[in-house]
Design a protein around this ligand. Sequence first.
Ligand code: 6R9
Length: 648
Amino acid sequence: MSNESLANLLKEERRFAPPAELAAGANVTAAAYAQASEDRLGFWAEQARRLSWAVEPTETLDWSNPPFAKWFADGRLNVAYNCVDRHVEAGLGDRVAIHFEGEPGDGRSITYAQLKDEVSRAANALLELGVTKGDRVAIYLPMIPEAVVAMLACARIGATHSVVFGGFSADAVASRIQDARARLVITADGGYRRGKPSALKPAIDEALTKVDGVEHVLVVRRTGQDTPFTEGRDVWWHEITERQSAEHTPQPHEAEHPLFILYTSGTTGKPKGILHTSGGYLTQAAYTHHAVFDLKPATDVYWCTADIGWVTGHSYIVYGPLANGATQVIYEGTPDTPHQGRFWEIVQKYGVTILYTAPTAIRTFMKWGDDIPAKFDLSSLRVLGSVGEPINPEAWVWYREHIGAGRAPIVDTWWQTETGAIMISPLPGVTETKPGSAQRALPGIAATVVDDEAREVPNGSGGYLVLTEPWPSMLRTIWGDDQRYIDTYWSRFQGRYFAGDGAKKDEDGDIWLLGRVDDVMLVSGHNISTTEVESALVGHPAVAESAVVGATDATTGQAIVAFVILRGTATETPELVEELRAHVGRTLGPIAKPKQIKVVGELPKTRSGKIMRRLLRDIAEGREIGDTTTLADSTVMSLIQSQLPPTG
Ligand code: 6R9
């Protein structure tokens, strides 16, 4: 990438110091950076002691066969014991682990003692169904407590879970079950979405006509809707768990025992089964949750709005928070059901202190209007997190002001399914934050930005984000495909992990993420990041959201095409479109001016809120739309097409 074009762009000068009170009592101080850089492995060995080990590890990292890492390899532990039993043994059995809020307004609070019983019964049920250590179990559930229980029950008996998004089609589920060779599937009759029960089980029935090897389907009753049952194969969750003992003695598993496989959609080709193991993964999930959110387990109420089918749900709903003994909220439904203030109503109801959500949600709340959160008491909030995409400065500042009362620090956390846990983020009691920047690798993590020749770029320049040292929660391989693991992540830059994201370092050396390198545009020989053009557009008062793509162009190689959603107050006119182009030109320079701006009502997104630019490129280049199986809403593409003039 040419540095000059990536480095120049947005100038963001606002700075926010941590609140004095938070800084004074913070879990982690600036000293952690120095401590970890003096002795990185010693630092992680110390963090591993947050966990309860049946056999304490004596070895921290085995990197004798890179890029295949082993962390804490001679240690043994049970992940579910660490997330549940040990808190009960410590006398915290009455602490609420989960406040469950169903979309229709039903709910229940589950203490750690109750969670221990539920996980034990489910573990015994899995054993009765013939699942044993090393088997794979596919989980296809809505956001209900049984999803957490199912994951922990697998972890407890050493079965490897593979959670598949409840929104994925039968084909997408089938290919994942097939690749993991799952022996059992756990699903539900349905879940509530947008005010209606929506069926899940039929997708499993259809998927199982296409794959072999699944012996049983365990079905949670959530909605009570009519559900086809296959005699001998299908088993109701409540029937089998009710008759199990609430006692189950967890066995210790090897630190490198496979905990889960999670498929990343990948823009092309077969989905990649990202493999995570036990001891290192749990160490980093627990440490980062403690450090980045400043969690005080006795007093905080934590809420991560992610779906369990995304890695964020794995690490920051299930494993990190529960390992730390947190009290958390789990919400089943969508933010606008039954009204657009639902999230803020939940914050008020439970007194949520730490909120972790995605930029796409924040931009949606901005679009809905400042008056909606203003109706609720959000004064309990003290730390706000963001994950999933670069957060543009306007959304960052809105989040801080309208949700965080201009006081709560924002932690913009960069990481991936592959990294397993947060890698780059401010620390809420330490970092002077900058809107739009994830800023600095966490203590114990080594990240930098390199150019095409793998040379570290100087401050003020852009290039590719790489991780330069192994980390405890790193993926261990791609399930069943070691070569693809090497090729995808470790071949582009010798000895370094290639994340696939563009990034720049500012004058202070802080890191700004610029989106996937596949999405970077090349216009008249200049690399231009989609993120920065999108940020510039959202910086205009008429624009709520935008997605930018590079479309093949005879004269400039690629031309910038922007899709924008206007705010409720703005209407589409040729003058406005011209004004937006001029605005981008003024903010970023004439080279970044979009050639075309298309006003649309929706953007295609995955369930985790990432814009699928590849589909917009198909539109911009007049092609047939490609694979849409991982879209959150499969009707969006036809809606967008119907809103555009036929010539594009
Ligand atoms: C956790 C998660 C990973 C990709 C990653 C990057 C983007 C995530 C980000 C961010 C900028 C952040 N991403 N967090 N970009 N700033 N704070 O999202 O995992 O679904 O595997 O996606 O998401 O592009 O490479 P995953």
